[in-house]
Structures are given as structure tokens and as C-alpha cells.
Design a binder for this molecule. Structure first.
Ligand SMILES: [Zn+2]
Length: 406
């Protein structure tokens, strides 16, 4: 028997032992008259027999005969909270070991019992749902999660599991519905996820709609509602602005497209550079080329302009043949973000094109200085931890004298 197996089963044996001990303790207390309710415990003989089955189960487990162990535990299980707990953890342990079939058998066995409390039924159904999910039986997993929620509509872990499952299957409408319930139950909003699910669900609906109208396709008719809803839930949802803007361009609503695409400057300035393509297109289709130039010079001059935006702007100016202007903006970019290697690199390239080698070398020098200063000097050969100073005992993996110079 492998050591890992032994450890796993020993953990279970300890759980069983602890539960039996607690159960025994309670019976003892009831009998000693401290419990207020009349004792409901069965005659001692049954208890003993039952305990014997447990111990047989454990010894089967320890000798690596899980099926016999399951059999023994099945005979032992009487339905009260303690024994169900043992049985549940046995199933969960099988699942954790990747033996999903056995886990399913155990959890189904619990659910099949008629005299089960609601709490135990939900726990077993939830465990079964997890088994199915891990085993790849997704429809059955969905069904089990739904049954858990049928008993306890606020079961958070079931909501989380079901939500993730719908998401991984690409059932965006269902994923969204469960997410909303989860948000209500937990009181915790998840606006980023909600916004993206709104987008996916909306896009899918539109695809289905155009499929149905296959004989006479009507291009360009896109419902902006899901994009607007996503922006409302999460104003930083760049993808929603992009889809909305592109749909509006398609429909010839250039002013609206410009309004929505440029709103990202305010709501997500770090990502605004991603929308330059459609924004430029909207301006140029509306016949307002200078409008784009004006908006851009304003934006790159603002303190929220990201290094990526400055880089894109430099590239556009260069494309338009405005090399001097590109260099000017990149200089400002490098001054503002001295640690940005791609800005420095781009500036160097353009300076060389201007035959300004002296400044190009200066920029390269400064950039390399900064890079070297940030470079780690030592690395742990054991865990890969990097540091500028040597530690004779690695602070991450705690092994002695493993740091090698890079
Ligand atoms: Zn280490």
C-alpha cells in the first residue's frame, strides 16, 4: 500500500474515530441524566454491533480494500447526523482521490434513505453534485445542484458550483441568472463578471436571432441593450464600449460611437488605447479627421494617459509621417514613465531614424541603468525565489544556502 493512500485513509479513520467518540460521549451524557430530553439512544448491543461494522470498515480501508469498506460502512450507517457525517467524508475522500465512481455510490446511498433530515439531504446532494462535476457528468451535476437549491434556495456553495458550471458550458443566460441569485443571497456584487455575462448572453441571443432570419439576413441591426446594460453594471467594461461602438459604426451612428468609445478615457484610462482603431474609424467615416487628432492630443496630454496610449499615439503619428511630433510625444512619455522599456525602445528607434544618435544612446543608457537596478542578483536553486541580496536561508522555501548568483 502506498504511503499517500495510508495517509488519506488514516485521516478518514481519525474522522470516524472522532465522530464515534462524540457520539459515545453524547450517549453517555444522556444516560447519566444530564440531557433534558429522554434518551433516544438504542440498546447498547446495537451500538456495539454498529461500532464493529465501523471498525471493520476502517480495517478494510487500511488494507486498501475500499469496496469491502464501503459495504461495511453501508451496513453500519444508521441515520443520525454523526453517521451521515462519516459517510459523507468517506465519499468526499474518494472524490479527492479521483475515485468518483465510489464517491457517487456512497452519496447516492445516503440520499436513497427515506428518514433523512433536510440538512443531511442537502449535504449529500451537494456532495453528489460535486462528484458528478468532477466526473464530467455535467447534466447530472446541474440536476443535483438544482435539487440542493430546491431544498435550500440560499445554499451558497451550490450556487457557486452551478454558476461556474453554466459558465464553463457557455450557458451564459443561465450563468447570469444564477449569478444574480448568488449576489442577492451573499450580498456581494460581482459587477465585472455580471457585465461580461450580460455581453455574452446578449451576443448569443443576437446570433440566434440572425440564424432564424437566415433567408433574409439583415446586417447591421444590433440591439445595443445588452452593451448598455453591461456598462451600467460595470462602467469600466471596455469590451462593452467596443462592441457598442462597433455596432453603432455599422449602423452609421458615428456621433454615438464616438461618444461611447471615448467614454473609456474617463472610465478605464489604462485600457483606452485598445479602442483607438474603431474610434479613428468613427471619426474618419463621419468626415471629421481633425476631430480624432484633437481628441487624441488632449488625451495624451492628460495625466491619466497610459504608457501604452503614448506608444500607440507615437506609432500613429509616425504612420502619418509626423516623425518630429512622434518623437516629441515619446520623449514626454519616457520622462513620465522612465521604467517603460517599450516607450524607451520606440523613442530610440525613431531618434536613430532622425540620425540623432547622441540622444538615442542617452535614452538607451538610462533605460539599461533602470533595468539593471531592478534586476535580481540571486536566485534560489530550490524554489526559484529571486532577490537582489543574498540570504543564506531562502526566505521562501526555508532551505539553507541555496541562493546562486544570476
Ligand atoms: Zn527557496
Amino acid at each position: 500500500m502506498k504511503l499517500a493512500n495510508l495517509i488519506g485513509w488514516s485521516a478518514l479513520a481519525l474522522t470516524v474515530g472522532a465522530v464515534l467518540f462524540r457520539a459515545g460521549y453524547r450517549i453517555g451524557r444522556d444516560r447519566s441524566g444530564q440531557g433534558l430530553a429522554p434518551s433516544a439512544s438504542p440498546p447498547g448491543l446495537v451500538r456495539h454491533e454498529e461500532a464493529a461494522f465501523y471498525f471493520r470498515g476502517i480495517s478494510f480501508l487500511l488494507s486498501d480494500e475500499p469496496d469491502k469498506a464501503i459495504e461495511a460502512f453501508t451496513q453500519a450507517v444508521r441515520i443520525n447526523s454523526e453517521t451521515v457525517e462519516i459517510y459523507l467524508s468517506l465519499g468526499n475522500l474518494f472524490r479527492a482521490r479521483g475515485e468518483v465512481g465510489r464517491a457517487i455510490r456512497i452519496h447516492q446511498n445516503i440520499i436513497a434513505r427515506p428518514d433523512l433530515s433536510d440538512a443531511n439531504r442537502t449535504a449529500a446532494l451537494y456532495a453528489l453534485a460535486e462528484d458528478y462535476r468532477q466526473g464530467g457528468f455535467l447534466d447530472r451535476a446541474v440536476d443535483s445542484y438544482r435539487r440542493v437549491l430546491g431544498v435550500d434556495a440560499h445554499h451558497r456553495r451550490a450556487l457557486v458550483g452551478l454558476q461556474a458550471l453554466h459558465e464553463s458550458e457557455g450557458r451564459w443566460d443561465l450563468a447570469l441568472e444564477v449569478l444574480r441569485t448568488l449576489q442577492r443571497v451573499s450580498g456581494q456584487a460581482d459587477p465585472r463578471r455580471e457585465a461580461h455575462l450580460l455581453l455574452r448572453a446578449g451576443l448569443e441571443q443576437q446570433r440566434d436571432a440572425t440564424k432564424e432570419e437566415a433567408p433574409s439576413p439583415t446586417p447591421g441591426v444590433v440591439d445595443p441593450a445588452p452593451f448598455l446594460a453591461a456598462i451600467k453594471v460595470y462602467p469600466g467594461c471596455v469590451e462593452a464600449y467596443r462592441l457598442l461602438g462597433e455596432a453603432e459604426i455599422e449602423q452609421g451612428k458615428y456621433a454615438a460611437a464616438i461618444k461611447h468609445l471615448s467614454a473609456v478615457r474617463k472610465h478605464r484610462p489604462s485600457h483606452f488605447f485598445l479602442l483607438l482603431g474603431p474610434l479613428q474609424k468613427a471619426f474618419s467615416l463621419s468626415g471629421d479627421e481633425t476631430g480624432f487628432y484633437k481628441l487624441m492630443t488632449e488625451t495624451v496630454a492628460s495625466p491619466t494617459a497610459s504608457p501604452r496610449l503614448l506608444l500607440c499615439w507615437g506609432n500613429l503619428l509616425e504612420e502619418w509621417g509626423r516623425l518630429d511630433e512622434a518623437v516629441q510625444w515619446l520623449r514626454r512619455g519616457v520622462a513620465r514613465y522612465p521604467g517603460s522599456t517599450y516607450l524607451s525602445h520606440r523613442l530610440m528607434v525613431l531618434l536613430r531614424r532622425q540620425h540623432n544618435l547622441e540622444e538615442a544612446v542617452e535614452v538607451a543608457d538610462r533605460c539599461l541603468d533602470l533595468l539593471t537596478a531592478r534586476q535580481p542578483v540571486f536566485q534560489c536553486g530550490q524554489c526559484g525565489f529571486k532577490s537582489q541580496d543574498i540570504s543564506w536561508k531562502c526566505p521562501q522555501c526555508q532551505v539553507w544556502d541555496t541562493m546562486e548568483p544570476l
